[in-house]
Design a protein around this ligand. Structure first.
Ligand code: DC
Length: 227
């Protein structure tokens, strides 16, 4: 567990609610390390798919876990995900991975392995981490926890734009279906379901700009640290 004086911001919420944009902005503003915990579940998923293993074949997935090493390189303000030393940042954002990641994230052994790594990342440094169980399981004592929601059509638009920026054009219908399916699986799994921690601040950012969200969160962070 991190030391009590290590600043931690836990950001949870539904898929494509702007969690990573906010976490990155807060990390920059407060000189914290930004960690995208979803990227870790995506990297495991990519490895599983590349081995030709079905994401629902729990026993085979568990067997190959010791062969997976995930790191981040935090250069020039960006985060790159490394799978066994190779940059997979682009590959883990594909629709193929998006479709299989939620089943992988239901497997308790996968969660145990990644939660341990996530806690270790905050042993000496302050972090802004986004995911689904950061405020409830990974850092239950985080001084600031945010839970993000947004209108589904706004979320679909954000995802369409994200993929378009990578040169990928996916239909809104397919994206909407993927977001809603992931929300459902993430919120109903028995191990660490997506849930707002009781002490998390709910932020509906449907009508908030990234700048407004950052300012709101910074005000909350400063208030929490001075009480
Ligand atoms: O944040 P993201 O959409 O890249 O996350 C991909 C999936 O990983 C998400 O649908 C559920 C899973 N996940 C999780 O179960 N726990 C986390 N802390 C982060 C992600």
């Amino acid at each position: 567990m991190p030391a009590a004086n290590v600043p931690i911001i836990a950001i949870d919420g539904y898929s494509s609610c702007g969690k990573s944009t906010l976490a990155k902005a807060l990390a920059n503003a407060l000189d914290l390390i930004y960690i995208d915990s979803g990227a870790m579940y995506r990297a495991v998923t990519l490895y599983v798919l590349r081995q030709g293993i079905s994401p629902t074949d729990q026993i085979s997935v568990e067997k190959i876990l010791p062969r997976i090493k995930i790191d981040f390189s935090h250069d020039h303000g960006g985060n790159r995900t490394l799978l066994n030393g190779v940059d997979v940042e682009l590959a883990i954002r594909s629709m193929e991975v998006s479709k299989s990641v939620s089943p992988i994230a239901t497997i308790p052994m996968v969660r145990r392995m990644l939660v341990e790594q996530q806690r270790n990342m905050a042993t000496h440094q302050g972090v802004a981490m986004d995911g689904r169980d950061i405020g409830t399981i990974v850092f239950p004592n985080a001084p600031l926890k945010l839970f993000l929601t947004a209108d589904i059509e706004v979320r679909v638009t954000r995802r369409v734009q994200q993929l378009a920026a990578q040169g990928k054009h996916v239909q809104r219908k397919a994206i909407r279906k993927n977001l809603l399916t992931r929300d459902y699986i993430d919120a109903t799994r028995s191990d660490s379901p997506l849930r707002k921690a009781t002490d998390a601040v709910l932020m509906d950012n449907t009508n908030l700009t990234p700048h407004e969200q950052k300012e709101l969160a910074l005000t909350l962070f400063r208030t929490r640290l001075t009480v």
